[in-house]
Design a protein around this ligand. Sequence first.
Ligand code: CP
Length: 313
Amino acid sequence: MKQFLTLNDLQNFDAQVALAKEIKANPYQFEELGKRKTLGLLFFNPSLRTRLSTQKAGRLLGMDVMVMNFSNEAWAIEYEDKTIMEGLRSEHVKEATQVVSQYCDVVGIRAFATLTDKEKDESEQVLQKFIQYASVPILNMESATAHPLQALADALTLTELSLPKKPKVVLTWAPHPKALPHAVGNSFARMMEHQDADFVIANPEGYDLDPRITKDIPVVHNQAEALKGADVVYAKNWSSYDSYGQILRTDNEWMLTPEKMAATNNAAFMHCLPIRRNVVVSDGVLDSPNSKVIEQANNRTFVAAAVLKTLLS
Ligand code: CP
């Protein structure tokens, strides 16, 4: 594997999850693999889990790790070619990427969607420019349209739940006061292609994800109907895709509550975090034994280590 931008880059999805499980059981077994190799993590947006778990993953493999916040520590980067750089942007991505490539053996990048320019977001400008000029593998730590490390961690978490043979899994939109990207929902939907499950997406009218992502997945606009008999409920907010980046409703009708979860088959509750309590989900659900959010975050380390191992190998 030369890069990890989406789940499609994995040669064998199940083998990658199995490797993560193996690393979780015996975390230091590959600690010689990354010795004298450097992992560079470049953040254009905030992070808690991705930043710390990917650093930890690199260290489990024996790598040196460098982290940089591009939003406030680095020179502002210019991405357009043939520009006259008279404005605020001091460094072109062409030099920045080649320089970073000299210092690192793998480079991770987090660059969210702008949610103002659909075409630009879908072109994955930041990620693609780094790929164009980098001479080392690039690791997607959440881009405009995908969060594959989160989806892999979610897949590992699913393997750890006591579920029926063909579980019902519901990805439900939930409220949020800010416009959020589609990356987590997109990658979760893509990840579910690898599961033998009855998978349903529930979201209000106007919030359908990109149809190229949802393809033939059932999308319903009635949350109560979707939750009936669910074995897993994955909550996530995203802004409108059709009215790109817009917030279309501000009520709390779609917030997950114990009353709503009572219609499920004692479902596990999942969310990628960070989560806004009593906005996305009520305390009663998040603090219940059915909540798997802390374990999901824990699993980020082991899937990142598995992906780094594959990139280094
Ligand atoms: N789930 C996730 O990616 O968390 P962070 O934004 O804190 O990295």
